[in-house]
Design a binder for this molecule. Structure first.
Ligand code: SF4
Ligand code: SF4
Length: 336
């Protein structure tokens, strides 16, 4: 499919302009970024959340009202029915489970034999009316990816709110009793680390070892993998950077650590992000920045058309340096 030349997107919240991500790609011998396939639908079912974390790139919280309707979910199911190439549905939010149709979406995906990922904040299990979730997720063999930015209470509560650490430990223990995080159960439980401040994450494997030792010795908790994710300079994390006058130094850190090897693996090359209103984006970050797909691609889930989405030109901006810095970063952790 021919691609029309695209303007570079400038970060709407930063005055930085050089070097552009596109220039960084070219200077390392890469072509402009194109998708390779669409094997994952990442579905953002809304911005409602029971937490208000400092770093949240979705700006989610209890006061938000944006939530995917059942009609839009049915459009997603229709896409799955006619697109066997999509193997995974990665459900995110907000707290995805706060959407009243969350269980319906999971059930319909599983009926169609799709792998389902729930990006779970763990504390949602303690929201009124949500206590059935651990058993529900286990029953449907949903992979859980749960944020836990540290194994120390003070750091977690500082970033995610008072009492979050204790409830997270209880939730993980409950999941372990159901078989999550244990060998041979087919119930994957992964934890997510992101730095508390404007630094790159430490090496994933070494940090995973530390988490495993600490969580087992202190709380008897098991999990499968730790995913380290770089903070994106957008939304609340960007506001923090602005308040501390560290926007330029953080971008400089990301640019200085541009790692050419990660480019092949950035997640937009194999997924499409669906917003709560059904709008399509190259990734969750572009969605939050209101950056649409390239203009000749379908823009809404109701217009989903695989041949026009595979091999599309990806719309990049300065925030993309967050995916290619150091070991790389994606919703699945490091890229190298
Ligand atoms: S739990 Fe996740 S979605 Fe909710 S506020 Fe925290 S980072 Fe945002
Ligand atoms: S932010 Fe990352 S995933 Fe999104 S378009 Fe840029 S490189 Fe791709």
């Amino acid at each position: 499919m021919p691609h029309s030349p695209l303007p570079l997107i400038s970060s709407p919240t930063s005055m930085r302009s050089t070097p552009s991500f596109q220039e960084a790609l070219a200077s390392h011998g890469h072509q402009p970024l194109n998708a390779k396939s669409v094997t994952t639908l990442q579905v953002n079912v809304g911005k409602v959340c029971n937490q208000t974390c400092h770093h949240c790139h979705v700006d989610a919280g209890p006061q938000r009202t944006e939530s995917m309707t059942k009609a839009t979910i049915d459009q997603i199911i229709d896409v799955l029915d006619r697109t066997p190439q999509i193997l995974t549905v990665d459900i995110t939010g907000g707290a995805p489970e706060m959407n009243p149709h969350f269980e319906y979406l999971v059930q319909q995906c599983r009926i169609r034999n799709r792998h389902v990922i729930d990006r779970c904040n763990l504390t949602v299990f303690y929201v009124k009316g949500k206590s059935h979730l651990p058993e529900f997720l286990a029953q449907h063999q949903v992979e859980i990816v749960a944020s836990l930015p540290c194994y120390q209470e003070s750091n977690v509560d500082q970033q995610r709110g008072k009492g979050v650490f204790d409830r997270s430990m209880s939730a993980l223990q409950t999941l372990n009793t159901l078989g999550y995080g244990k060998e041979g159960t087919n119930l994957a439980l992964h934890l997510v680390y992101n730095p508390l401040g404007p630094t790159l994450p430490p090496p994933q494997r070494e940090l995973e070892e530390d988490y495993k030792v600490e969580l087992m010795s202190r709380y008897g908790i098991q999990f499968n993998r730790l995913l380290t994710i770089t903070n994106m300079p957008i939304s609340r994390f960007l506001e923090d950077l602005q308040e501390s006058d560290q926007v330029d130094s953080y971008y400089a850190l990301l640019e200085k650590n541009f790692n050419s090897v990660t480019v092949e693996e950035v997640m937009c090359r194999s997924l499409i992000s669906v917003g709560w209103d059904g709008r399509l984006s190259d990734c969750d970050f572009n969605q939050m920045l209101d950056i649409p797909l390239q203009s000749d691609a379908p823009q809404w889930i109701g217009d989903f058309n695989l041949p026009n989405l595979e091999n599309r030109r990806i719309v990049v901006g300065p925030h993309c340096f967050g995916c290619t810095a150091g070991s790389g970063s994606s919703c699945g952790g490091t890229l190298t």
